[in-house]
Design a protein around this ligand. Structure first.
Ligand code: CTP
Length: 471
């Protein structure tokens, strides 16, 4: 090739070099994919790993690069051990249809490579302020202009200090100084660095400059034996925070002015002061529905049994234990426009709850007489005076899922049933994914397996459609 170069025009030389680079990139692709998989595998097995491990590196079968994505995020990865979580953050954002462009600081490249971030984002990763290619191609002003929002994750103490003082000596800080977009910082650092007076001073300055923050959370640090406030927020928490910043004003969202009641979680039916009858419901689906309805502007009352989940933001949460308490709380929350019953209510309670712990000793197991609990869904759906316009139930089934769901739709008098297979093989109870069928008077729609968050969003999207049709 060199032999022929002298006779080439600049344009031809450029094309030849590009072709060579393209071939090299294709050769590197396999090893690049390996590298990404290895990083994600190690992230999944790390003690500091995100709540739900990555399922794929987002390579083959990943959503296509969203040139047309209407919501574009510029992710600036700072130099900290939490940088590996930013790879999962890219994947989570792309799953939700965001276009993601990545800028990495020099320090960040000590923790994850631009190749890995680029393979997951499906785009070139930008690293240098004085890289003539990038500046010519995109430029730091365009990087900011083409984003709807900028996220810095992890935001190190050093990056926070630079942003607070208006430095612009690398691409990341130059973009941040030049931007007129909202900026969200997800700090991550050692707890002593976080509580240091200088960092706290920078935090106050950045907040007053209009910069939004998510985290840091409390917990174990990467350094052995270190514990405290300084862990970067989990990728899904960062996604929720940025979705909140991008959301339309509440009054313009489709469920603005609508009141929605959601039940979630299990109920516990007391036997004595220490024992109860319960079930394996985690509340993830019900909580996700409450969050999705609130995100669409609804006023949401979430009546929940005992769960180990944070309260969804922007939702009024009423905590109860037993089915009868759940019914009373739901009745108190009425009237409503929409009611969604996702709770796994215990069907029976013991007739006589003991005031003292039942003791062994008589040689006989205590007789536990059971009586049926009130059916909260049926009570509300059949209410003559307070029935919401749209009443949605769930059907948790272990066999003949659709058949049983159709029977429940008729028996309980609700408008829709979301039927799911909760047999142990399905992994629904406690898991993050769900496969559901929407059963209505007009038929059965089977949705593909998806995350519980996605099921919640799709269900709320259907609710919005149904309300619009009624207008
Ligand atoms: N449900 C309710 N109150 C009850 C029992 C169930 O509100 N006491 C609601 C659930 O929240 C769900 C729907 O009814 O929306 C169906 O619940 P499921 O447990 O599937 O059915 P059951 O009615 O309990 O019937 P079975 O256990 O016989 O399947």
């Amino acid at each position: 090739m060199l032999r022929n170069m002298a006779s080439l025009t600049v344009r031809q030389l450029d094309d030849a070099l590009k072709e060579q680079l393209r071939r090299r990139a294709a050769r590197n692709r396999r090893s690049m994919e390996e590298e990404v998989r290895a990083i994600l595998r190690s992230a999944a097995s790390d003690v500091d790993a995100p709540a739900s491990p990555p399922e794929s590196a987002g390579l083959p079968g990943a959503p296509p690069r969203t040139e047309t994505a209407t919501r574009r995020i510029l992710l600036i990865i700072g130099g900290g051990i939490a940088a590996y979580k930013s790879l999962d953050l890219i994947r989570r954002l792309r799953e939700r249809g965001f276009g993601v462009r990545v800028v990495m600081t020099n320090a960040a490249q000590q923790f994850v490579t631009p190749l890995a971030a680029g393979a997951i984002s499906g785009d070139k990763v930008f690293t240098d302020l004085f890289d003539s290619d990038s500046e010519f191609d995109v430029g730091h002003i365009r990087l900011s202009r083409e984003a709807n929002l900028i996220v810095v994750a992890p935001a190190t103490a050093d990056l926070m200090a630079k942003i607070a003082n208006g430095h612009a000596d690398d691409l990341a800080t130059a973009v941040l100084l030049a931007t007129d977009k909202r900026v969200l910082l997800a700090p991550a650092m050692n707890p002593r660095m976080w509580s240091n007076a200088a960092t706290q001073r920078n935090l106050t300055q950045l907040r007053s400059d209009g910069i939004a923050f998510i985290g840091p959370n409390q917990g174990e640090m990467a350094e052995r034996g270190e514990h405290g406030v300084g862990r970067m927020a989990e990728p899904l928490e960062i996604v929720a925070a940025l979705e909140g910043l991008l959301a339309k004003p509440k009054a313009q969202r489709p469920l603005a002015g609508k009141r929605v009641i959601v039940t979630s979680g299990p109920t516990y039916e007391p036997i004595d002061p220490v024992r109860f009858i319960g079930n394996r419901s985690s509340g993830k689906q019900g909580h996700a529905i409450a969050a999705a309805a609130a995100a669409q502007g609804a006023e949401v009352v979430l009546v929940t049994g005992p769960v180990a989940l944070p309260d969804p933001s922007g939702v009024s949460v009423i905590r109860i234990e037993s089915a009868r308490e759940m019914l009373a709380a739901v009745e108190k929350a009425l009237p409503a426009d929409i009611a969604i019953f996702a709770a796994a209510v215990a069907d029976w309670r013991v007739v006589e709850t003991q005031n003292q712990k039942i003791k062994k000793g008589s040689g006989q197991a205590p007789p536990l007489a059971l009586t049926e609990n009130p059916d909260i869904l049926a009570t509300v759906a059949k209410s003559a005076s307070k029935r919401p316009a749209l009443v949605i139930g769930f059907a948790a089934e272990t066999e003949q899922v659709i058949q049983h769901a159709k029977e429940k739709l008729a028996k309980k008098g609700c408008d829709w049933i979301v039927a799911n297979d909760v047999s142990p093989e399905s992994g629904v109870f406690g898991g993050d994914r769900n496969t559901v069928h929407l059963v209505t008077a007009s038929g059965v729609e089977s949705w593909p397996p998806q995350s519980k968050d996605q099921v919640a969003k799709s269900l709320i999207a259907r609710v919005v459609q149904a309300l619009e049709k009624k207008k």
